[in-house]
Design a protein around this ligand. Structure first.
Ligand SMILES: [Zn+2]
Length: 273
């Protein structure tokens, strides 16, 4: 672990990465599966994420592993075992230079939108970052006859295909902030850990709100209760306005979430030890 960043500010980045693991578990975005990573603050061709353990149990800098963005190989060949799906992270960092944090989740609230054919839409202003269209990436057409079809994004080929779902053009910035993954989960990105965590938590919340709204509406119609208009989501103009507001206000929930996980006995934070 000697190659992990060692200056004070970079140690703070690693502390934030550990805290983000805890926050994402606390808010049910991650369970024993799923992960968050950070582009190395000093080496832009390297990223950092936990080794193979449940996010709630990540507790210190030695739990983290550095990987080369080029092929997701560990910088230290003697590193302990890592996550198989780290190619999600490496290929997004490779494709989008301005992205510094990536989160992959199997959120229970989001999963129905990856298989039902019901499009995920931004239901309220806090989720404006979803945009007017959330793409669904499907790994199945990429499989060869001999592949084990376990849905895992565990190769450069699968990872680069997922990364391309964030943008159809060659722009350095993604056109979409969230991509759903058919029968699997979702991935979101940010220019910082705080932004990626904000987007992951509120993608999960938005999915619950949308499901509740659809369920309520259908139950009302079945019960003969008058429904006054069609389902209404944020339109393009509201998405644009909310995106700016989201970027300006994401520090507030982060401050709350940090205190929540500090107050919960499950999570341990031992810094460099
Ligand atoms: Zn996964």
């Amino acid at each position: 672990m000697s190659s992990l960043p060692s200056s004070k500010s970079n140690a703070e980045d690693l502390d934030a990465l550990i805290t983000a693991n805890h926050i994402l578990h606390y808010h049910k975005v991650l369970d024993a599966y799923g992960h968050i990573s950070l582009r190395h603050p000093e080496k832009s061709d390297v990223f950092i994420m936990s080794g193979d353990r449940a996010p709630a149990l990540v507790s210190s800098h030695p739990d983290l592993i550095e990987y080369n963005i080029s092929d997701s190989s560990p910088v230290d060949p003697n590193s302990k075992k890592g996550y198989q799906e780290r190619f999600i992270h490496s290929e997004i960092y490779k494709r989008f230079p301005e992205i510094n944090s990536v989160i992959h989740s199997h959120s229970e609230a989001v999963l129905p939108y990856t298989m039902s054919g019901v499009a995920m839409k931004p239901t309220f202003h806090i989720a404006g970052f979803l945009g007017t269209h959330v793409p669904v990436y499907d790994i199945v057409p990429l499989y060869s006859e001999d592949d084990q079809q376990d849905m895992l994004v565990n190769s450069v080929k699968f990872g680069s295909s997922l990364a391309s779902s964030f943008s159809a053009s060659k722009s350095s910035a993604p056109e979409h902030n969230v991509v759903l993954m058919a029968n699997h989960g979702f991935t979101t990105v940010g220019t910082s850990i705080k932004q990626a965590v904000y987007r992951a938590v509120y993608t999960h919340v938005n999915a619950s709100v949308q499901t509740n709204a659809i369920t309520l509406r259908n139950a009302a119609i079945r019960a003969g209760v008058s429904v006054t208009r069609e389902m209404q989501y944020l339109n393009a103009e509201q998405v644009k306005g909310s995106l700016k507001m989201n970027a300006a206000s994401q520090d507030r929930p982060w401050g709350l979430w940090v205190e929540e996980v500090k107050a919960c006995g499950l999570y341990k934070h031992e810094g460099r030890s």
